[in-house]
Design a protein around this ligand. Structure first.
Ligand code: TYD
Ligand code: MG
Length: 464
């Protein structure tokens, strides 16, 4: 087979050299150059996917372009569809990232079954597991009794040319490649998982998506450094990057878009890993609130808005004396830098000295969030723990805190408070609206206390 045009790509700095050189002239690393396809890789991919004749370019009005918009392909896993913005777009390529063992293969097998149920065809190429192992998982998920058992085609193959060939022949609605780290192009010499192979494989699979109209989903294991498949190069090659996260010892999993060419990146998907795979959490309700009735110092509930979904999350804080050395600032589920900053603001603007204390804070239920609206509830939880005075279990608080101890309004306040009212909360401490801002109607039965500063908020929540 004739080799395609290739360059040598440095695995350390992504420098492109025309021929093998050692060390890399750009960053000086030794043995870091890997051969990488420059051109469209193999003839069979080119023949099927390449443009025919050079058609004259022709702009079109927006209205005509809008008629061209591809319909969405719902994957039958509502929480995944929510994060994608209604489903996958045919002809596009999505990267599903996450730590090993978090549930990526499980989620995609469920999506495959969803497509099968809707009458689509699925090609599931796996270089990670054998066909029998995948069938085993399908059995456990209860999919063998469904139409998926006949319409999900398993290909235990990691060579991308062969996968592309199968896709051009079978024309699947959905092509899953598990994983991009095991994918290789026969034309390249580098090992599976090298930047050259990962990038080359993703490029070919993107062209398969465009040529066949299949929605392509790549699985990408997140490395210890937190990046998918090494250098960032892959993120630019795909239309969407969806991350599956969670604590491996817990059952909660979250889905978020790190990039989404076809929708927003604000939506949060909530799933629970159980006996029968991942189940969506449609209405989180009180899932992120501790069930106890009695009031304990250091806890307050925050009405948050993740994308289009309002949800209630309990923030807990513990302020304790430092035994020796530098005081600790430990946050679980929330931003530790934000925690330190709030401690400083509390000390300077609200007279609550925390500088010599150990501080721990977390969100209930193992969820990880970084909404600025969490500032006020976190600050109140800290103040409550430090003063050893509890906050009412029927109170919610929300708001961003500025460096001067001032409170900034948050978006969608009425929606947040409606959700709080639905779950029996009766009082809300919120930032006063900006002067001249239109006031939204607040839910009935909810006492809304609007305050301008952190100090006022603490007085309202804890009393004098
Ligand atoms: P998997 O999808 O293989 O993870 P990944 O592809 O991201 O590496 O999921 C692995 C874990 O999920 C495994 O430890 C077992 C667990 N699991 C369940 O708890 N319930 C189930 O129904 C399935 C299929 C897996
Ligand atoms: Mg897997």
């Amino acid at each position: 087979m004739a080799k395609s045009k290739s360059v040598w790509l440095c695995q350390t700095c992504a420098f492109e050299a025309p021929a093998l050189e050692n060390p890399c002239r750009s960053c000086g690393s030794w043995n870091s150059l890997v051969e990488t396809v420059r051109d469209r890789p193999s003839a069979r991919v080119r023949a099927a996917g390449g443009r025919t004749a050079a058609a004259p370019v022709q702009p079109q009005p927006l209205r005509a372009a809008s008629a061209d918009r591809a319909p969405r392909l719902p994957l039958g896993v509502p929480e995944l569809d929510r994060v994608l913005g209604g489903g996958a777009v045919p002809g596009s390529i999505i990267l599903l990232g996450g730590e090993p063992g978090i549930g990526k293969s499980t989620l995609l097998l469920q999506a495959a079954a969803g497509i099968a149920l809707a009458g689509g065809r699925i090609l599931y190429a796996s270089g990670e597991e054998s066909a029998a192992q995948i069938a085993d998982r399908a059995e456990r998920l209860g999919l063998m009794a469904t139409v998926a058992a006949d319409t999900v085609e398993i290909l235990a193959e990691s060579e991308v040319g062969a996968i592309a060939e199968a896709a051009h022949r079978d024309r699947p609605t959905l092509l899953i490649v598990d994983s991009i780290q095991t994918a290789t192009l026969a034309e390249l010499e580098g090992p599976a998982g090298s930047v050259g192979q990962v990038r080359g494989s993703a490029e070919v699979l993107a062209s398969v998506a465009r040529a066949t109209g299949a929605a392509v989903i790549l699985v990408g294991h997140v490395t210890k450094e937190g990046s998918i498949a090494g250098p960032k190069t892959l993120e630019h090659l795909v239309d969407a990057v969806i991350m599956l996260d969670g604590d491996r010892h817990g059952t909660l999993r979250t889905l978020r878009a790190a990039k989404n060419r076809f929708g927003s990146t604000d939506e949060l998907g909530l799933l629970e890993m159980g006996e029968k795979g991942l189940a969506g959490i449609d209405d989180p309700g009180r899932a992120f609130i501790d069930d106890r009735d009695e009031r304990a110092p250091g806890a307050v509930v925050a009405p948050l808005l993740e994308g289009s979904r309002p949800m209630l999350v309990e923030v807990q804080a513990l302020v304790a004396g430092t035994a020796f050395g530098t005081p600790r600032r430990t946050g679980r589920g929330l931003d530790t830098a934000r925690l330190s900053l709030l401690c400083a603001v509390l000390a300077r603007r609200a007279g609550i000295a925390l500088s010599d204390r150990d501080i721990y804070a977390n969100l209930v239920g193992g969820i990880v969030l970084d909404e600025p609206a969490l500032d006020l509830p976190l600050a109140l939880a800290l103040a409550s723990s430090q003063s050893d005075r509890p906050i009412s279990r029927t109170l919610v608080a929300v708001g961003e805190v500025g460096l001067l101890g001032e409170l900034r309004p948050v978006s969608g306040l009425a929606r947040r408070l409606r959700e709080a009212a639905r779950h029996g909360f009766t009082t809300a401490i919120v930032p006063a609206p900006r002067r001249g801002a239109a006031s939204e109607p607040m839910p009935e039965g909810m006492k809304v206390i609007a305050v301008r500063t952190l100090r006022e908020a603490i007085t309202e929540a804890l009393g004098e």
